[in-house]
Design a protein around this ligand. Structure first.
Ligand SMILES: [Zn+2]
Length: 82
């Protein structure tokens, strides 16, 4: 699988919006790097984690998914092999 990503980021520009933070509690956007000016809640980045084609956490995600599926099978009491 190959995905071509063309954003301002890949072009080397640092968008001003990178400085933008968002309050997870009230949804308020702020330039304050630490806390929400509205409710004092610690803010998080307003952007998703940097996209990586390598999908560094994919391995763990799939592991987790498999574990969950196995659990569900056990919960059903399904003893069928396969
Ligand atoms: Zn807030």
């Amino acid at each position: 699988m190959s995905v071509l990503v063309t954003t301002a980021e890949t072009l080397g520009a640092v968008p001003v919006t990178r400085l933008l933070k968002k309050c997870p509690r009230c949804g308020q956007y702020t330039m304050n790097p630490t806390v929400c000016p509205k409710c004092g809640e610690p803010v998080v980045s307003a952007h998703p984690p940097r996209f990586s084609i390598e999908d560094r956490y994919g391995k763990y995600r799939r592991q987790m998914k498999r574990a969950l599926l196995a659990e569900q099978k056990q919960a059903k009491g399904d003893t069928a092999a396969g």
